[in-house]
Write a protein that binds this ligand. Structure first.
Ligand code: 7TS
Length: 412
């Protein structure tokens, strides 16, 4: 089962959950865009921290505290390398992608957005890259504008240019759509945005786990992503920001660790990156995230991407053979990730997901926290199968067979 550098059989042995039976069937986990499963290396790293060197960080000189601080800060270095940031001060630990975007909307947004300014988004954003900007726009009487989508699931090129030419203050855009799977041409968009003096925040929640992402190459100003979608634990996210921007931003939250000195009536902020890490950090899960990065590095992100391209083109072919099954998003796998959203006739997605679940197959159905996109597609909901390193073509065959049975039962 060796696939373009990936030994899926060996990988699967590292994931204890894949041994589970669901309704007597082997679990087929196709809900990776929501959260990925965790290998034993990640679970063990968390357990080892609590068993052997649990202590608070950045404040103690005892052995356990030093070990915990080193382990936590080592993970920052791993993230710096993983996304090729220029400086370690540019990588901040937060709770998730959502918190990373809220941090920018709060700290950068409140200082830089004024009445009448435009915040540019796209119609394929996840709610977490819409709501923080809606809150900001309301507070500042600013405008929101959305780049539209073609029927093939791409951003409209002419609108990208037209809207950027009108000098919005910021473009907040997803790298990969969590519904359509579309990979947006971020590097080109950033270049065009910068020509117009526009800051760009990239939502990397669905890209960083699945392909090589290099912030210096993309030249984006901010990048947000979550550990839990890339083999790591929940409760850890990353905000990358260019040093100069972060230096000029006020803190997001106040409290311990983010200060240098505090007096009764004033305080001085800590250096980057700690200025933005108030309170006791999620130490254990950051350490777990480090193990996840090690795991992905061992496979190689090029190989992760190649495996998913292979699975996705296989699934797209098989699924397109099913009459009345509509697939959303680009058909060419060069422009899409391993996320396949679909509907079968007018069968409600929750019915499809329930029947698949009875066969041990986990997919997601619903609006996928992208209601404006659902409105654009003119559907209330879709089914979504999303793949990762431990998935196989055999699993896709099993899903496709059940989908065919569903079609028969519903007489579609
Ligand atoms: N941005 C995108 C593109 C996402 O897909 C998600 C989560 C988020 C942001 C938010 O990430 P969080 O870790 O802060 O929650 N997407 C999904 C999904 O598609 N199904 O469940 C969560």
């Amino acid at each position: 089962m060796k696939l373009k550098g990936i030994n899926v059989e060996a990988i699967r042995k590292d994931f204890p959950i894949l041994k589970r039976k669901i309704n007597g069937k082997s679990l087929i986990y196709f809900d990776n865009a929501a959260t990925s499963q965790k290998p034993r290396q990640v679970i063990n790293a968390i357990s080892k921290y609590y068993s052997l060197y649990n202590a608070n960080i950045h404040r103690t000189i005892h052995k356990l505290g030093v070990e915990a601080t080193e382990a936590y800060e080592n993970v920052r270095d791993k993230v710096v390398k993983f996304i090729n940031a220029k400086h370690r001060e540019e990588v901040l630990f937060v709770r998730n992608t959502t918190e990373a975007i809220n941090l920018v909307a709060y700290s950068w947004g409140r200082a830089n957005i004024s009445k009448g300014d435009t915040i540019l988004l796209t119609e394929m954003e996840h709610h977490s890259n819409i709501i923080p900007w809606q809150l900001l726009a309301k507070e500042k009487s600013a405008n929101l504008k959305y780049i539209g989508i073609t029927d093939d699931g791409f951003l409209k090129d002419d609108e990208i240019k037209e809207y950027l030419d009108n000098h919005p203050k910021i473009l907040a855009i997803t790298h990969v759509s969590n519904v359509l799977g579309t990979i947006n041409p971020i590097k080109e968009i950033v270049r065009y945005a910068h020509k117009n003096g526009v800051i760009v925040l990239v939502d990397g929640a669905q890209s960083v786990p699945h392909m090589p992402v290099n912030v210096q190459d993309l030249d984006c100003d901010f990048l947000a992503f979550s550990s839990h979608k890339m083999l790591g634990p929940t409760g850890v996210g990353i905000l990358y920001g260019k040093r100069e921007l972060l230096e000029n931003m006020e803190p997001f939250q106040g409290g311990g660790d983010m200060i240098k000195e505090v007096h009764l009536n004033y305080a001085k902020w800590n250096d980057l990156p700690w200025k933005f890490e108030a309170g006791t950090a999620n130490i254990a899960d950051v350490i777990g995230f480090g193990a996840a990065i090690d795991y992905l590095n061992k496979i190689g992100m090029e190989n992760v991407r190649a495996h998913e391209v292979d699975l996705t083109s296989y699934a797209l072919n098989k699924m397109s053979e099913i009459e009345n099954l509509k697939i959303y998003g680009p058909i060419d796998v060069n422009y899409r990730c391993g996320v396949i959203s679909f509907n079968i006739g007018n069968i409600h997605p929750h019915d499809v997901a329930t029947i698949l679940d009875s066969e041990g197959i986990a997919i997601r159905s619903g609006h996928h926290c992208a209601q404006p996109l659902m409105e654009r597609l003119n559907v209330p909901a879709v089914n979504r199968a999303s793949f990762y390193i431990y998935n196989t073509k055999e699993e896709i065959d099993i899903m496709v067979n059940v989908l065919k049975e569903i079609k028969e039962v519903f007489k579609i």
